[in-house]
Design a protein around this ligand. Structure first.
Ligand code: AMP
Ligand code: ZN
Ligand code: FE
Ligand code: FE
Length: 286
């Protein structure tokens, strides 16, 4: 177990714990510094920061944006974001609208192939969250079509699934620009999810470093130790910070990396913070 976990999701995106429940669990696991990185939403941050203040956990305001590349996507994390940036919030709300439209179209596709879930099922599960495929997956599980959400992805919702629908996304360099303009530090999430060809991955990372990215996830919950060594050498080659976290969603999927299973050093957190404009961190320990 580690002291720092910089990749966590709450009920404001596709996690199943509320911000307060998640921060409580982090405190119980002995975590000292965490980042809440919901997809396209900052709505959970205030509650998490408040809970962190009470429980002695330093909470960094973060976000995870999905960006578009040919035949794939790259997730860009932003650390020390300023949630009070109106322009930034306008962009996030257009992404959330795109998520709703996409989810409606996915429900329609599912219905045509005999998977009888409704839009109401999905929004009841999503509640206040930015709607994501995991909410649709939960509706499919609840109706008994599959046992785990992961199976719903394999059969229906994954990029090669029969009910997959695209949604509007930024290019990675534009997401980096959006984050830098906000004053945040952009970091590539789970770099080994996108590209089997490591020389292509290295060239993408090199381009994104040029665009303003400051780190990549090296210590990532689902990555093996040889994978982490490979990513550490790529990070060193391009002078990028070794970031990371568990990407915990409390998803219920078998084999999900537990909370606090991976994360960077406190020294890396300090470097990350020194690269940001706003110093948006809240805690009892400041
Ligand atoms: P969305 O943001 O709607 O595109 O959904 C992407 C999210 O779905 C990811 O952040 C993961 O939380 C989850 N996810 C993606 N692929 C899978 C998979 N194969 N099995 C389970 N969850 C997945
Ligand atoms: Zn997610
Ligand atoms: Fe991700
Ligand atoms: Fe994530």
């Amino acid at each position: 177990m580690v002291e720092v976990d910089l990749h966590l999701h709450t009920t404001y995106s596709d996690g199943t714990l509320t911000p307060r429940e998640l921060v409580q669990s982090c405190a119980d696991h002995g975590l000292k510094v965490i980042a809440i990185s919901d997809h396209d939403s900052t709505e959970g941050l205030a509650e998490a920061v408040e809970a962190g203040g009470e429980l002695g956990v330093k909470v960094i305001s973060a976000i995870e944006l999905s960006t578009d590349v040919p035949r794939s996507e790259i997730h860009m994390l932003g650390y020390f974001i300023n949630p009070d940036d109106a322009q930034f919030q306008t962009v996030l709300s257009t992404f959330r609208e795109g998520r709703r439209n996409r989810a409606r179209n996915m429900v329609k596709k599912l219905n045509t192939i005999g998977v009888a879930i409704t839009w109401t099922d999905v929004i009841q599960i999503a509640g206040e969250a930015a709607v994501g495929r995991p909410h649709i997956a939960q509706a499919i599980v609840d109706k008994g079509y599959v046992k785990h959400k992961k199976e719903a992805f394999d059969r229906y919702l994954g990029r090669n699934g029969v009910a997959y629908v695209e949604r509007p996304r930024l290019k990675p360099s534009d997401a980096i620009r959006l984050l830098v303009d906000n004053g945040a530090a952009p970091v590539m999430a789970h770099p080994l999810y996108y590209e089997q060809d490591y020389s292509k991955l290295r060239s993408t990372i090199s381009d994104l470093k040029e665009a303003g990215m400051v780190g990549i996830e090296v210590e990532y919950g689902e990555f093996s130790s040889p994978d982490r060594k490979l990513l550490a050498s790529i990070a060193d080659e391009f002078k990028l910070l070794h970031c990371g976290g568990s990407d915990y969603h409390a998803s219920g999927n078998p084999g999900e990396a537990p909370l606090g299973s991976a994360g960077p050093t406190l020294e890396t957190v300090a470097k990350l913070e020194s690269m940001t404009k706003h110093k948006h961190v809240s805690s009892t320990q400041d």
